[in-house]
Design a protein around this ligand. Structure first.
Ligand SMILES: [Zn+2]
Length: 254
């Protein structure tokens, strides 16, 4: 079980801890993260605190021959297998990682110094795979670590058997000009991170902040993906295609 608590200052501490990074303010980071989700809902505020509690389905401790220790996180899924991109960007796995990084009782700003080294974070589809190690494919298909050494992960995308394409990590296109309130030097730094796991990690936590802000919003402007718009068969009634959703709790048949 985990209970995590974090706010934008915790995200900022992990950003400014990246070696050699151009430091930002929390206001700048919030604006950057807003760009990564296509704009914040009205419920965003600069002192938003997010509390996540849950239970990790499975946490494996692994010890390598050289003595290093790592954990592997697994979320069991009973439905059909997701597309590869969905697995890499799964927010449940992101929340598991945040649960280990920002435990409520850590007593510091930023990630816990006691956070374990996360080697893999993956989904296991019980209906389709009867064991994790029959082929290399199942173990290769996992989400990378969000954080390393108290900072957002700056490691390059690790090539794996079957999965060699960094494009699996969802990172939006970045505009050339900085968002409002972001200094040019800070934005140039973000642009230089294009394609990196750092920017992917920020995109994932921006989605978690988006969900938290959305839950306090009375009006949500939907941003359907191009792929959704192309295939949606309920354009008139679909909350995404219709443009807005009155409250986050309202579910329309779509
Ligand atoms: Zn739709």
């Amino acid at each position: 079980e985990f209970t995590a608590r974090f706010d934008i200052d915790d995200m900022l501490a992990a950003y400014n801890a990246i070696p050699g990074i151009e430091p930002m303010t929390s206001g700048e980071l919030l604006a950057v993260m807003g760009t990564l989700v296509g704009g914040w809902p009205e419920g965003i505020c600069d002192d938003l605190t997010i509390r996540l509690s849950g239970r990790i389905d499975r946490l494996e401790h692994r010890r390598y021959q050289d003595g290093r220790e790592a954990v592997r996180l697994i979320d069991y899924k009973t439905g059909r297998k997701y597309a590869i991109t969905q697995i890499f960007n799964d927010l449940q796995l992101v929340c598991y990682q945040l649960g280990l990084a920002f435990p409520e009782d850590r007593g510091c700003v930023g990630p816990s110094p006691r956070m374990p080294y996360i080697a893999q974070s993956g989904l296991f589809f019980v209906r389709e795979d009867d064991g994790p190690s029959r082929s290399r494919e199942v173990e290769s298909l996992h989400q990378p670590a969000l954080l390393r050494n108290g900072a957002w992960n700056t490691e390059p995308f690790t090539l794996r058997y079957y999965f060699k394409d960094p494009q699996y990590l969802e990172i939006p296109e970045l505009p050339e000009t900085p968002p409002a309130g972001v200094r040019a030097a800070a934005w140039d730094q973000i642009v230089r991170l294009r394609g990196s796991q750092t920017l992917w990690a920020l995109t994932m936590v921006a989605r978690v902040f988006y969900a938290a802000a959305a839950s306090r919003s009375s009006l949500l402007i939907a941003h359907p993906t191009p792929d959704h718009v192309k295939h949606c068969r309920m354009k008139a009634s679909c909350p995404a295609c219709a443009g807005e959703l009155n409250t986050v709790y309202e579910t329309r048949q779509a």
